[in-house]
Design a protein around this ligand. Sequence first.
Ligand code: MV4
Length: 445
Amino acid sequence: MFEKVLIANRGEIALRIHRACRDMGIKTVAVHSTADANAMNVRLADESVCIGPPPPRASYLNIPAILSAATITGADAIHPGIGFLSENGDFAEVVREHGFVFVGPAADHIRTMGDKIRAKAAARELGIPVVPGSAGAIASASEAADTAARIGYPVLLKAVAGGGGRGMKLARDDAQLRALLPLAQAEAAAAFGDDSVYLERFLDRPRHIEVQLLGDGNGAVVHLGERDCSLQRHHQKVLEETPSPGLDEDARERVCAIAVRALERLGYQSVGTIEFLYQDGEFYFIEMNTRLQVEHPISEMLSGIDLVREQLRIAAGEALGYRQSDIRLCGHAIECRVNAENPDDFRPSPGRVAEYLAPGGPGIRVDSALYQGYDVPPYYDSLVAKLIAFGSDRHECLMRLRRALEEYVVGGIDTTIPLHQRLAADAEFRSGRYDIGWLERFLAG
Ligand code: MV4
């Protein structure tokens, strides 16, 4: 096992990885920008290296600075965390070329799944159902019309180089499609430097269901169940839960089996998540994430498996050491993403945390690097805490979540805690009957 791991990230996920290392007796190196010099993960690390000024491109995306920090501290491995360089195949490759272990999948798997068209083609080959649509980028208006005639309206135009829903356009008939195609291509060129767009049948009220997977790279792959991430605003996840209140046991077994079989065929190593749209009993691949995800803790609560620990064990060449039949998924877990934002208009609210008291008690976990007196910097994404509640069933989980949200004190900055208090109290949310459009309707209400 590694002696020392460099954590190439910041905030709550850097602290989360530090904690797994500590529990395994692994020394940690924190890298930070000048804005994060007083961050909790930096204070707790065995060593820390300043890698640049606040802008990500000058610090957390600064590959030479990160490699230099690993060299001068004698790290054995580099954990990329989430975001930043965590899905950069070139980074994975150059880390390994410099003699460090990259805690993540093979560079080619990162690259394949990072390209929306290649990922969809790979999914199809691996036996994962995909949304009916064009095989690749649309070359002409007539090809678009022919494809739409084959799959049926309404159809969605999507930017090949896009992601997170940016650049999607909905066409309900031929006339709209012919009018929207050049617009979609122009927007894609402006936004992503690539005007390629592809076509898919539009699913009007799907749920977002994702499967947590773990592969040791020697053919062994297990799943830790599914997560429902349908509560999103502007393509940002707000709250996630497992198991999904929208799936029955048959659907759950089906989607997990599809995902496991696909990664077995791929010979996948490390943690990974396959994302699906789920509508009318059918699952459709949307993308695969070749990294740890923000919402991983709810899968840990049900399985008792520390996913970061497993990631490190696999990266060190250890076998999984257990089979699917050894894994028990019990109870229900919900994660609320707490952002440093105004809960009404979602404007960022960086600044000094004047008061801080995290909730506790039965079934509550808080993953956060906040502390009283900490200055939330304005340079990075606004996620500052994840409040996770666990219960033997969804009702107990919701009761505990409401209690914890009442207890949570963060003073001096705005947070989205009040939004979560409203959600946890809402009858329709508590009924579990929601799809990907529900939250925006709730907020507009
Ligand atoms: C879709 C869709 C409906 N039909 N594709 C949005 C981001 C990207 N991951 C895929 N997305 C969608 N693709 C078809 N054919 C609806 C969405 C979508 C969405 C998907 C998951 C979670 C939240 C969403 C919010 C808006 C749109």
